[in-house]
Design a protein around this ligand. Structure first.
Ligand code: DGT
Ligand code: CA
Ligand code: CA
Ligand code: ZN
Length: 573
């Protein structure tokens, strides 16, 4: 297996954490942490450098000792020092680090002073009030630990789309390759492109169910077999997610696909519709008086109820059946409708690649344009740009644009919204940009009123083109900030500010129902990758899924416009 820089980075970070928990010499853990940071910022592959026998000690913060450790990882896939540290610090104790707000220092204190060894211990200590008495903790920390614990235990049950995508693809091709298998579809919430999935539901058409199930339970990634039968078999995948496989005959494939795609609410509404027509529908087909009328394809199943096929993303019983009956289903936006991307980062701030590399990657995707929106100077930790560096970047972009015609890099910035709602750059520089994505990155805990007013004020700024990741949520780790979204929507409508659908799979911000509310108000949305590397541009597929769940059509989305139209729309009067 090739070792990526990210693998080395993770092992170093883990070792630094473990050393700190056990109270080792702070210089050692700091050395690993600094090295991890250096590795995270490299564009060249360390494995390649080692193969080419390059001198790793020329890298910042990397001495002879750390260079040897990196070689060890690349050659053996593991790190002896880390293996030993893992034996000294129990994995249960180390797992406390997964709780947001608990760093190694706090974990060490909890362990030494309260004897806490596991997440279960932590919960008990927080509930009994012991933690608040510990110096350096207090009642506020204790409350936030309890909140995070609650989120942590409920989060473990659901998975973001990016984390399941690769295993879905490999299971799909594995099942397809079994002889006698005629069709394979991943149904359930995954097919509906829901932002998180609880488990995977795979449908297989075959005449030989038992041999399919036998192969499936022996898959190399099956950590545990939960149920094995000839119609339904469930395993626990080693990534932690449950995978259900259901085998159906081809004559029922469409009906089963409809049933297991769900959602449950949609199924119930469809069943009610069938009953009103004296039909009966289940996972085997649509029947009248015991006679099978349709079942082989989804088209046939819907047609039997006088409906067109409803796209899976809409199947949530939010009016899609009524719309289908009226012939008023939206023509949902597709990935190929996008002509460009309006939010990405380069190595000028916290991105990995250069302006030109990002431009070439966007061009290769068939885009006409890409807006460069690096962070601005209020975000010092990511090397945000002040007016001078932004002016330099504008010149650099002009140079690249001369070479890459007709492809166009647009000049932009992801401007920080300050606590009082001002933007962190002066108008003099903002007016030289084609667009600004304005985002909140600090002070998440303001009161609802303050947070709302702060964002409304930023949206009033004539240079605010797009409000970036409007709710601020991080799926599974951070709740949205307290915000009156209705007021934000109304401001966007009145002020012609666009709202972003951030495609990062742990953001998907705006969420589906808010996308729909925005569309209904006539607000223009933007589907952005917020990419920090060339490969990240592909993340728009998640944003498009989210937009489809929000009923959006190409016309609702700004970056489906060709460049000349876009430029006209961006012009400020
Ligand atoms: P998930 O796994 O929580 O992300 O969500 P789903 O939608 O994949 O739900 P899941 O895996 O429990 O079931 C897959 C589909 O099977 C679901 O979308 C609809 C159908 N289904 C499951 N249970 C019922 C039920 O009790 N009634 C009806 N009508 N359909 C059901
Ligand atoms: Ca499921
Ligand atoms: Ca399931
Ligand atoms: Zn960004």
């Amino acid at each position: 297996m090739p070792i990526h820089n990210a693998d080395i980075q993770l092992l170093f970070q883990e070792l630094a954490d473990l050393l700190e928990i056990e109270g080792a010499n702070p210089f050692r853990s700091r050395a690993y942490r600094n090295a991890a940071r250096t590795i995270g910022g490299l564009s060249e592959s360390i494995a390649d450098m080692i193969n080419k026998q390059e001198d790793l000690t020329r890298l910042q913060d990397i001495g002879k000792d750390l260079a040897e450790k990196m070689e060890e990882i690349v050659q053996t896939g593991s790190l002896q020092d880390l293996e030993e540290a893992r034996k000294r610090v129990s994995p249960e104790l180390a797992s406390l680090l997964k709780i947001p707000g608990l760093g190694p220092k706090k974990v060490k204190a909890l362990h030494e002073q309260l004897g806490i060894d596991s997440i279960a211990d932590l919960g008990q200590a927080a509930q009994s009030g012991e933690i608040s008495k510990l110096s350096g903790f207090g009642a506020k920390t204790q409350t936030s630990i309890l909140e995070e614990l609650e989120r942590f235990t409920s989060r473990d049950k659901r998975f973001t789309l990016d984390t399941v995508e690769s295993l879905v693809q490999s299971l799909e091709s594995f099942l397809t390759s079994i002889s006698g298998v005629k069709q394979v579809t991943v149904a359930g919430s995954y097919r509906r492109r829901k932002e998180t999935v609880g488990d995977l539901d795979i449908l297989v058409a075959t005449d030989d169910p038992d041999s399919v199930m036998e192969r499936f339970v022996n898959h190399e990634d099956a950590a545990e077999v939960l149920v094995q039968g000839s119609t339904k078999t469930s395993i626990k995948h080693r990534m932690g997610i449950q995978v259900d496989v259901r085998v159906v005959p081809e004559a029922s494939y469409g009906a089963a696909l409809h049933y297991f795609t769900g959602s449950k609410a949609h199924n119930i509404a469809v069943r009610k519709l069938a009953l009103e027509r004296n039909d009966k529908i289940n996972e085997y087909g649509v029947y009248k008086g015991g006679k099978l009328l349709a079942g082989r394809t989804e088209e046939a199943v819907y047609a039997q109820l006088d409906l067109p096929v409803i796209p899976p993303e809409l199947r949530e019983d939010r009016g899609e059946i009524q719309a289908a009956q009226k012939g008023a289903l939206p023509e949902l936006i597709k990935e190929t409708d996008l002509r460009g991307d309006l939010h990405c980062h380069t190595d000028w701030s916290d991105g990995r690649q250069t302006l030109e590399e990002m431009a070439r990657a966007a061009q290769k995707m068939g885009y006409q344009y890409l807006a460069i929106t690096d962070h601005t100077h209020n975000l010092k930790v990511v090397n945000g740009l002040g007016p001078e560096r932004l002016a330099q970047q504008i010149e650099a972009i002009d140079e690249i644009n001369k070479r890459m015609k007709p492809f166009t890099l647009l000049k932009g910035a992801e401007v920080d919204i300050l606590e009082d709602g001002r933007l962190d750059l002066p108008d003099a520089i903002l007016q030289r940009l084609d667009l600004c994505v304005c985002s909140v990155h600090t002070k998440f805990k303001l009161s609802r009123q303050q947070q709302t007013d702060r964002i409304l004020k930023a949206m009033d700024n004539p240079y605010c083109t797009i409000l970036g990741h409007p709710s601020g949520r991080l799926i599974g780790s951070r709740e949205p900030y307290d915000l009156d979204m209705d007021q934000i929507l109304n401001k966007a409508k009145a002020g012609n500010c666009c709202l972003e659908i951030n495609s990062q799979p742990d953001r998907l911000d705006l969420k589906d129902t808010t996308c729909k509310a925005a569309k209904d108000l006539g607000i223009t949305l933007v589907i952005s990758s917020d990419s920090h590397r060339t490969s990240g541009l592909q993340a728009v597929r998640y944003g498009v899924g989210q937009a489809r769940r929000g009923w959006l059509e190409a016309d609702d989305v700004l970056n489906t416009r060709p460049l000349n139209e876009l430029l006209k729309l961006l012009k400020r009067t």
